[in-house]
Design a protein. Structure first.
Lengths: 506, 127
């Protein structure tokens, strides 16, 4: 048998005749078969079910169970085993019956070696075909399962993404869309195969139709920022890309809508900030140039006293310009997080003491009394020394600047279970409710009869707020116009990263 | 009689420098540091020309004051100081939205200031 490759075909012989069993066994072993035998029907069924034989030769007449029943039993459990019925009592009826219940063939006894081998060879070919067909069927079933799973998964994914996807064909009929596309285009439904030209916003149509007149080799994507809802409610970036046919002609266009509303809002805030910065930078420059022009103008008579006054005032304006530039650098440092923070153990008490010392001259000049209360055994905090010093400096500086002559500054450091609480109170000019609202805004400075002659960049508290926020702290303000202002900062004792490690280590 | 000019700007340094330049040219100059005082001053003194800073306490204060003045029937020329030019971001629809006659960008060149003031006051005397 030349078709027997490296795997031996497994065959079982079920026959009560010892001589036949042994003879056939020997013959088949010589021909390269793996042979098992059973001496009666019961044994035959047990073995035939237990193992998956390629072939079975079953004697029709056996004392315990007849061959037809054995065949039935084996086929029931092993439908792919190719069975032959062997019998000396060959009859047409039994042959038909055997074939009906799935016998491959009918081998009349006595048979020659040649006859038997021929039957088995054909039987084994059939067995291989059956197995191959089975394998293919299983494969196909698996693939179909995978495919439908894949399709569902792809649909789920496309429907879950936040970007809107809409595919149209050359006739501007919808071919595919996802849930986000409906949402952004504010449509309840899109019917596949229906022209959607009329229901799309004109600007969206434009970015789609741009592809219709392009040559086949133009594979560029087109992108447009489109306001779909006014007042910054919905801004999308609409990008369209052509889908080519096999021959390169246009099959359709895929439109992707990305929600960029938040991005636009940030862009607006940024450009507003830039305008404000430009204005704030220009004001001191304009004033100084104004004075310089006066001093240079020979036609305008200016007394020596006026000259000194103008130069002094120019000096003040340029100094404030310098502080403004420093503040802006601080803000950009905090916001860009380019500078790596040097987090170490620092004592708020020491910092506050140093900062008060720094303002001694101004405090004495205004005849202010400073009360500093610090709770005993106040724990240190882990933070960047420069940032915390900046935060304390800005608050203390304000409490001096906006205080009244002979006023009071009350500074307090205490703790509760989670926070260190830092309070700076002054008996200064206070704020009106509408001023309080804008307190932490960039460049906001209360302008009233009290503040007319106080210089500031308008960024001091904005910086404090940014620093406190970056350490997950909170800042509150109590104020009354003409009476005073108190700032209260709650500073977490543990940084967030420390909290995580603490939790993990337990 | 010397033409009368009212300058309204919250920056006292700018006010002083501008006043000196215009006073040296023989104009009578009155100043105010906020929109309310400015409006009062214009009503009391009926000047020939107003110079207005666009940003005072609030951004657009100058803009609103200009509208207010026009609404109250003042047709005299208004020059507006701006510290932000169009190129840097803040946009104004000149003539349409802001009812002023011209803009002068800060820092202010004395020559340009005098030239613009003379242009408007000359036109006015010819009328």
């Amino acid at each position: 048998m030349n078709s027997i490759e490296n795997i031996k075909p497994k065959v079982i012989i079920i026959d009560d005749e010892d001589a036949l069993r042994l003879g056939v066994k020997k013959l088949l072993q010589m021909e390269g078969y793996d042979v098992s035998t059973a001496a009666n029907g019961t044994e035959g069924i047990a073995l035939g079910i237990k193992e998956d034989f390629d072939l079975a030769i079953i004697d029709l007449k056996m004392p315990d169970i007849d061959g037809i029943t054995v065949l039935k039993n084996i086929r029931e459990h092993r439908p792919n085993t190719v069975c032959f019925i062997a019998t000396a009592y060959a009859s047409y009826d039994s042959a038909v019956q055997a074939t009906k219940i799935g016998s491959q063939g009918y081998i009349p006894k006595p048979f020659s070696a040649e006859e038997l081998l021929n039957h088995l060879r054909m039987g084994y070919e059939k067995r291989k075909l059956i197995l191959e067909a089975d394998r293919l069927r299983a494969d196909r079933e698996n693939r179909l399962l995978e495919l439908s799973f894949e399709r569902t998964r792809l649909n789920t994914i496309i429907n879950s993404i936040d970007d809107g996807v809409l595919v149209v064909n050359r006739d501007e009929q919808a071919v595919y869309f996802n849930a986000s596309a409906l949402k952004y285009l504010n449509l309840h439904e899109i019917f596949l195969g229906e022209s959607i030209a009329d229901i799309l916003p004109p600007k969206i149509r434009e970015v789609i139709e741009i592809h219709f007149d392009k040559p086949n080799n133009d594979s560029k994507s087109y992108s447009e920022q489109i306001e779909l809802l006014p007042d910054e409610k919905l801004f999308v970036q609409a990008t369209t890309t052509r889908i080519p046919n096999h021959d390169g002609t246009l099959a359709g266009v895929v439109l992707v809508l990305k929600n960029i509303s938040e991005f636009k809002r940030v862009e607006f805030i940024k450009s507003q900030f830039v305008s404000m910065v430009a204005h704030e930078l220009k004001a001191p420059i304009a004033a100084t140039i104004g004075f310089l022009n006066l001093l240079l103008q020979s036609e305008i008579e200016i007394s020596d006293e006026q000259k000194t006054d103008f130069l002094t005032r120019s000096n003040v304006r340029l100094s404030s310009l310098l502080s403004l530039v420093n503040d802006l650098l601080d803000i950009s440092r905090i916001e860009m997080q380019t500078v790596v923070r040097e987090i170490k153990e620092i004592s708020l008490k020491d910092i506050v003491t140093d900062v008060i010392q720094l303002f001694n001259l101004d405090i004495n000049k205004k005849n202010l009394s400073v009360i500093f209360n610090c709770e005993d055994n106040l724990p240190t905090i882990n933070a960047d020394f420069n940032e915390i010093t900046r935060m304390v400096t800005n608050l203390v500086s304000n409490s001096v600047k906006y205080n009244k002559v002979g006023g009071e500054i009350k500074i307090e450091l205490k703790e509760n279970s989670r926070y260190i609480i830092f309070t700076v109170g002054d008996s200064g000019i206070g704020m009106k409710p509408n001023e309080k609202k804008k307190l932490f805004l960039d460049f906001f400075r209360a302008k009233n009869e009290f503040t007319k002659n106080i210089h500031g960049t308008g960024l001091g508290l904005a910086i404090v707020k940014r620093i406190v926020d970056s350490y997950s702290g909170t800042i509150e303000v109590d104020t009354e116009y003409g009476v005073g202002t108190t700032f209260r900062i709650q500073f977490p004792k543990l940084l967030e990263t420390e909290i995580t490690t603490t939790i993990n280590s337990h | 009689m010397a033409a009368k000019i009212v300058i309204i700007d919250d920056d006292s340094d700018i006010l002083e420098a501008s006043s000196l330049v215009l006073k040296a040219k023989g104009y009578e100059v009155l100043t105010a540091q906020n929109p309310e005082d400015g409006l009062k001053l214009v009503k009391e003194s009926s000047p020939d020309l107003i110079i207005l800073d666009v940003i005072m306490v609030e951004p657009d204060d100058g803009f609103f004051l200009a509208q207010r003045l026009r609404k109250e029937g003042f047709t005299i020329p208004i020059l507006m100081y701006t510290s932000v030019s169009k190129s840097t971001g803040l946009q104004f629809g000149i003539g349409e939205l802001v009812p002023v006659d011209d803009f002068i960008e800060k820092p202010i060149s004395p020559e340009l200031l005098i030239a613009k003031v003379e242009k408007f006051l000359k036109v006015r005397t010819e009328n």
